[in-house]
Ligand binder design. Structure first.
Ligand code: 3HC
Ligand code: NAI
Length: 691
């Protein structure tokens, strides 16, 4: 199969790119395009050219797998230059996604006919790089500076209608985009309209300085280099000539593509694709879920029901308490009313979702569900009873998923007649918004049940990662280690605002105590009470949380927790909390000391990484990519750092083990013992990724 082929239809030459899966501009495509353009230029019959793609999409970008390797000629910008220089009009026929280098290629064409369902974007900054083939100087000539910056620095794609409005598309096609592009080319010829080169358009009006744009993207993309570089290129595009701007963009691309941030973001991209495809699952056996059930209409059950409704799956929502059920239905209705008001969904969609929700107090209503998610109180006895009631009312082939955060799924399934039908589906709060889904493999879960959970996760638009049974599975288990260190550091000398600042400077959207305040300190407190018997003496004694909760400070919802909040939920440091922490230490005879930012960061990260290593050793996560994906999508780990296990590789196992030993010398081996996997890596020079 040729990556690029070309056929003549009358006097129009169609150049077809066929490079599955996403028609990336790999070397064979670049070389093929150059050759095809030369042929089209030399051929006397060809009057106009259409560039189109086979398969599900137009070109979705450069081949990310080629990044980090020495560049091979021809360079994409030279190919685009050759296309744009053609004397014969060139029309791009865009369907699916025109992303990154794909959009740059399309911008180098003289005209663009776009399928009405297509998406166009410059997502390079999400990979830590910038458009490297003239994308910014061309886009701002067509769409203006503001739009070009939103798309390149902000990484926001646009749809076909927006592309038409912005001047990026010349025509929309409802179907057969290739045919429409050929007809468009024919009309150009009839009207005597020839090549229209984007590079020859005048540079658009621009602000006197780009400082405001720099500030905007500094705030929205904290700590990231690529959006700032996009602004630099935009500034150069309006102040220098076109070729100089393209050369400058290419240089910045080269510099960034080798940066640690770009390596981390590339890792994140591929890690998510690896993690969402667990090895060895018979995906062909996945059972279609035509109707779902949710039991428990509290915080999680309400969100999970919306996940199903949003994906067009009818839901039976079972609750024991009539008032709670009514309030859940009201919350769902309010969410959709708000979505309509904001233009996110149509009134028809809102109505359809309303009709697809079946609230009830009766378990019998679950009888024709293909899968039921249990989201009742986190209590083994309650859940076992609820699971038995669900099973009693279900068809024998229907599946049961539990949303437990910490309980042992094998124990939950043990009393059932068909434990092979039980899996964990651990949604995160708010369930209809958070992307992460930890699907949990019980000892007896049938492969068919696991495959169904994975397929369903994808259908719900989640990033679904398969994990094993463990206390807190993967994400919460690692978080528990970090949380413990954060509380220990409070008693040893740190204050919440210092810990949170360090985590935010690292790139987390919020720190440990801001997170606690958001989730509710009563939730953390109840969780602590339920596991007091499993805590160490020091953890039990470390009772700062107990004191704060006893003072009635339950976090944001009560206007006070570790911080105080005003009516707009703006946070401020509260001296009463600093005093409470200092007094608590005094009372317990702990001599507080100055704790450096470096120590805070190390203790937060290395406690998690060490636990992550154990999770891998135990097979609770199958691959380091799974852990990285969980932390990137469920816990706000900064994407430009690739995830905790990728970050560990950047530090090196030897250094991490050395610091763990250092902390062990203060706090004891009970809290700090390097995982055997880390020790082996330190000894052999190994790493998590590329093991
Ligand atoms: N390079 C190499 N492989 C790619 C790729 C790319 N640009 N884009 C996708 N793939 C691969 C994926 O790794 C996956 O491989 P696998 O099946 O072996 O896991 C396969 O294509 C299918 O991808 P998805 O599972 O993501 O398929 P979807 O249908 O869900 O999504 C997509 C398709 C919207 C195109 C999505 O893959 C995507 O967003 N891709 C990345 C687009 C991008 O970032 N482009 C910019 C690249 S940088 C650039 O162009 C630089 C330029 O300025 C010089
Ligand atoms: P919640 O207390 O808000 O809701 C639980 C609901 O279950 C209540 O409305 C209760 O009336 C109902 N219920 C109890 N027994 C029932 C029965 N026999 N039949 C029908 N309904 C019954 O609790 P939340 O926060 O929604 O948690 C539910 C589950 O989700 C727990 O297992 C929890 O660990 C888990 N989870 C919670 C997260 C969170 O952030 N809140 C995140 C991820 C998982």
């Amino acid at each position: 199969m040729q990556a690029v082929s070309s056929t003549l239809s009358g006097n129009i030459r169609v150049i077809l790119i066929d490079n599955p899966p996403v028609n990336a501009t790999s070397q064979a495509v670049r070389a093929g395009l150059l050759q095809a353009m030369e042929q089209a230029g030399a051929d006397g019959t060809t009057q106009a050219i259409v560039i189109a793609c086979a398969g599900a999409t137009f070109v979705a970008g450069a081949d990310i797998k080629e990044f980090g390797k020495p560049p091979v000629d021809p360079h994409l910008s030279d190919v685009i230059h050759a296309i744009e220089s053609s004397d014969k009009p060139v029309v791009a026929a865009i369907h699916g996604s025109a992303l990154g280098g794909g959009l740059e290629l399309a911008l180098g064409c003289h005209y663009r006919v776009v399928d009405a369902q297509a998406r166009l974007g410059l997502p390079e900054s999400t990979l830590g790089i910038i458009p490297g083939a003239g994308g910014i100087p061309r886009l701002l000539r067509l769409a203006g500076v503001e739009k070009a910056l939103d798309m390149a620095a902000g990484g926001k794609p646009i749809d076909a209608v927006q592309a038409l409005e912005a001047g990026v598309a010349d025509a929309l096609a409802q179907e057969d985009v290739r045919g429409a592009a050929m007809a468009y080319a024919q009309r150009l010829l009839e009207q005597g309209r020839g090549a229209r080169r984007t590079r020859e358009l005048p540079a658009p009006a621009a602000p006197a300085t780009f400082d405001a744009a720099r500030d905007r993207f500094r705030a929205s993309h904290r700590g990231q280099l690529a959006p700032q570089a996009c602004v630099d290129v935009a500034a150069r595009s309006v102040s220098a000539d076109f070729d100089a701007a393209v050369t400058y963009g290419r240089e910045r691309f080269r510099e960034l593509v080798a940066s640690p941030q770009a390596r981390a973001l590339r890792h994140a991209f591929f890690a998510e694709r690896v993690a969402t495809k667990p090895a060895g699952l018979p995906m062909e056996e996945a059972k279609p879920v035509r109707k779902a059930g949710v039991v428990g209409a509290g915080t999680m059950g309400t969100g999970i029901a919306m996940c199903f409704l949003n994906a067009g799956i009818p839901v039976v929502l079972v609750e024991q308490n009539e008032k709670v059920l009514a309030s859940s239905v009201e919350t769902i209705g309010k969410t959709y009313r708000n979505d309509v008001a904001k233009g996110r969904i149509t009134a028809d969609t809102q109505r359809a979702r309303g009709e697809a929700l079946m609230p009830t107090l009766q378990y019998e209503s679950l009888h024709d569900c293909d899968l039921v998610v249990e989201a009742v109180f986190e209590d083994m006895g309650v859940k076992q009873q609820v699971l038995a009631s669900i099973e009693e009312n279900l068809r024998p082939d229907a599946l049961i998923a539990t949303n437990t955060s910490f309980l042992d799924i094998d124990a939950l399934a043990a009393g059932l007649r068909r434990p092979e039908n039980v899996v964990g589906m651990h949604f995160f709060s708010p369930a209809h918004i958070m992307k992460l889904l930890e699907n949990v493999r019980g000892k007896r879960s049938a492969p068919r049940a696991l495959a169904t959970a994975q397929a369903l996760g994808k259908r719900l638009g989640k990033v679904a990662v398969m994990v094993g049974v463990s206390d807190g599975f993967v994400g919460n288990r690692m978080l528990a280690r970090r949380t413990r260190e954060c509380y220990f550091m409070l008693e040893e000398g740190a204050l919440p605002e210092q810990v949170d600042r360090v985590l935010c400077e690292f790139g987390f959207p919020m720190g440990q105590f801001q997170l606690n305040d958001l989730a509710g300190l009563d939730v953390a407190w109840r969780n602590r009470q339920s596991r007091l018997d499993r805590l160490s003496e020091r953890e039990v004694a470390c009772n700062i949380l107990d004191e704060i909760v006893a003072a009635g400070r339950l976090g944001q919802k009560t206007g006070a927790g570790f911080y105080t909040y005003d009516a707009q939920r703006r946070r401020s440091v509260d001296p009463a909390i600093s005093e409470l922490i200092v007094r608590n230490a005094e009372r317990r005879g702990i001599a507080r000391r100055v704790i450096s930012d470096e120590e805070i960061l190390e203790r937060c990260l290395y406690s998690m990484i060490n636990e992550g290593a154990r999770i891998l050793e135990e097979g609770v996560a199958s691959r380091p990519e799974d852990i990285d994906t969980i932390w990137l999508n469920g816990y706000g780990f900064p994407r430009f750092r690739g995830g905790p296990m990728f970050h560990a590789d950047q530090i090196g196992a030897a250094r991490i083990c050395e610091r763990i030993r250092h902390y062990a010398s203060h706090a004891g081996a009970q809290y700090w013992t390097p995982a055997p996997l880390l020790l082996a890596q330190a000894r052999d020079g190994g790493a998590f990724h590329g093991r």
